[in-house]
Ligand binder design. Structure first.
Ligand code: PLP
Length: 362
């Protein structure tokens, strides 16, 4: 059996008619930049999140950076982020001239809240929790820490569309949230796309202005901004896909449940565990496995594609190298393996993957 890590084409086939019609519409109307589809997407996305203010932009990395810029985060300022995340979280901080301050993650790969508090200095401006793998960070306690110290919270929700903490969606706790619609994300465009989300409409307006060449209305440039737009084609695709997101999320959770049941618990593998106060949306199903690289090769030789998220903590990469130790991030990156998960994977396939893993450890 051949099993892709993520099979985007299989998903396309389930919505082909809708997608093809949406793309044709954009071409027929020459609505390539801005226009109805973008406005419609912002409204639909906002409806999923208690009507918070949504500003679409070009990608998830831009959205992090624009929000930091709007908060006037810059040289001399510190931003607290986890050592284990995709590099965008740290790049955004460096792009505005501020300093990323890394803290270790907990046993499950999420930013360690005790260490967040210890890392706060007079220079700290922002905390960026990352809902890694689709697992929600404990946003109630994180907001308590941030409010106590008067800090701005920017949630990195790139991997966690619709995840919840305490029955409330992540992205609605922080002062701002950043989303990515990179094709492989839980809600993915057919190219790059992203969005920013805010409780405060004025901050949303500020970010929209930055993303549109510093304009307040056409040719009224208030500041020197930048170009970070969601294009009409991507918005039209997202407008189709957003109507399936809740169903797809449930299917991902079902697949995760199957893995949980089928994988034999042994000392050699550790399955993802989720706090009972949270709802995970399983962007990834990442296990910790002894002899990880050998297991990966074995699965590969049986036609199963897996991936590693991530091979190193950011604090061990060239641009962010640190002499400090981050034991949990280092352990997780040394052992983690992401198994195939997507809404359309079928039970035979999940069973086959689980079987091969169980066999490997016999
Ligand atoms: C994907 C991702 C981003 C950035 O998204 P792009 O749209 O690829 O720029 C940021 N943070 C995390 C945690 C991500 O997984």
């Amino acid at each position: 059996m051949k099993i892709e890590f993520v099979d985007l084409h299989r998903q396309y086939l389930t919505i082909k008619q809708e997608i093809d019609a949406a793309i044709s519409d954009v071409i027929r109307n020459s609505a390539y930049i801005g226009g109805e589809a973008v406005a419609k997407f912002e409204i639909s996305f906002s409806k999923l999140f208690d009507n918070q203010s949504v500003v679409a932009c070009a990608n998830g990395t831009d959205s992090l950076e624009i929000i930091l810029q709007a908060q006037s985060v810059g040289p001399g300022d510190e931003v607290i982020i986890p050592a284990l995340t995709w590099i965008s979280t740290a790049e955004a901080v460096v792009s505005v001239g501020a300093t990323p301050v890394f803290v270790d993650v907990d046993d499950e790969g999420l930013i360690d809240l005790d260490q967040v508090e210890q890392a706060i200095t007079e220079k700290t401006k922002v905390i960026i929790p990352v809902h890694l793998y689709g697992k929600p960070v404990d946003m109630i306690n994180l907001m308590n820490i941030a409010n106590k110290h008067g800090l701005f919270v920017l949630e990195d929700c790139a991997q966690a569309h619709l995840a919840e903490w305490g029955k409330k969606k992540i992205g609605t706790y922080g002062h701002a949230a950043s989303f990515s619609f990179f094709p492989g994300k839980n809600l993915g465009a057919y190219g790059d796309a992203g969005a920013m989300m805010f409780q405060d409409g004025a901050l949303a307006d500020q970010c929209r202005m930055i993303a549109q060449h510093g304009q307040m209305g056409k040719h009224n440039h208030i500041i020197s901004g930048r170009n970070s737009r969601l294009d009409g084609m991507q918005a039209a695709i997202l407008n189709v896909k957003i109507n399936h997101l809740i169903k797809w999320t449930t299917q991902r959770q079902f697949v995760a449940q199957q893995y949980d049941q089928l994988l034999k618990p042994t000392k050699e593998i550790k399955l993802p565990s989720i706090s009972s106060k949270g709802t995970c949306v399983y962007h990834l199903y990442a296990i910790e496995a002894q002899k990880r690289d050998e297991l990966k090769r074995y699965l590969d030789s049986n036609g199963i594609s897996t991936a590693i998220h991530y091979p190193l903590p950011l604090t061990s990469t060239l641009p962010f190298h640190s002499t400090k130790r981050f034991p949990n991030a280092e352990r997780i990156t040394a052992n983690t393996l992401s198994l195939p998960i997507f809404a359309e994977i079928n039970l035979d396939e999940v069973g086959y993957v689980a079987d091969k893993i169980n066999t490997f450890y016999i």
